[in-house]
Design a protein. Structure first.
Length: 256
């Protein structure tokens, strides 16, 4: 892997993430939840910000952009086309399939509507890195605010098709709560039980639970497992389409 990645806390439970190309010095911030921690991480690493890759318009992902641009006014601000007018500082819009170059690194844009109608994620295919914003979380997914549930399900299935070894960076540290909910949906899942022990230990030690990877999510994340027979039986929907099962699981999580 050529990309270097730094992950750090922003706000209460957001993650800031920097992606750096050591060959050229180019550095991208994945969203900017808060300017101070992003600038501090850049200073600590000795990196210069060249790009901001925005996943969606929510303030806890874009609220720090203006502050960062005061230090790095020439940085590109790359945003989803469908939400460009609602994101500060944007100067480059992207759609499904576009490829963004961060130095020699290449990030492919995948449209994942659901959490917001214009949400996108960035897949660095050569480095097997996915920056998923609020579409996919460790053992969870984002709330479905702006589309029917089946639209979010289709978005998640796009991501599930990525290589199993893909490392996944998400927008929030929600893993412990997500795992507790997952156990209510699939308590028999031994991989999920084992993962929760690891997550509890990490959080007790004050450590991050991310990144995760696609193989682990496919084995333990109920929002990617709506076609699983055990989950279908557990929620009383043995013959329902997977998108409907997903919708029911998401509705239960909303009430949890």
């Amino acid at each position: 892997m050529t990309a270097q990645v730094r992950q750090f806390k922003c706000l209460d439970d957001n993650f800031g993430v920097l992606v750096h190309d050591p060959a050229t010095g180019a550095t991208a911030s994945i969203d900017v939840p808060e300017a101070g921690p992003v600038l501090a991480a850049l200073d600590e690493a000795g990196w210069k910000l060249t790009d901001i890759l925005v996943t969606h318009r929510h303030n806890d992902h874009v609220g720090g952009i203006s502050g960062v641009l005061e230090r790095f006014p020439d940085a590109r601000v790359i945003v989803p086309h469908a939400e460009a007018s609602q994101i500060p500082g944007n100067n480059t819009t992207v759609r499904e399939g576009d490829v963004i170059r961060i130095g020699l690194l290449a990030a492919r844009v995948i449209e994942t509507p659901g959490h917001t109608v214009g949400h996108i994620v960035y897949s660095f295919d050569a480095d097997k890195l996915l920056f998923a914003g609020d579409t996919l979380f460790a053992m969870g997914c984002g709330r479905v605010f702006e589309t029917p549930a089946d639209v979010m399900w289709n978005s998640l299935m796009k991501l599930a098709a990525l290589p199993s070894e893909t490392s996944i960076y998400c927008g929030h540290e929600y893993t412990l709560a997500n795992g507790r909910f997952a156990l209510t949906i699939e308590p028999q899942n031994t991989a999920l039980q084992a993962r929760m022990k690891d997550v509890e230990a990490l959080r007790a030690a004050g450590r991050f639970t991310l990144p995760t990877n696609m193989a682990l999510e496919l084995a333990t994340n109920p929002f990617l497992r709506a076609d699983n027979k055990t989950i279908r039986a557990n929620i009383g929907m043995p013959d329902a389409p997977a998108a409907d099962v997903f919708g029911e699981v998401r509705a239960r999580k909303n009430k949890a």
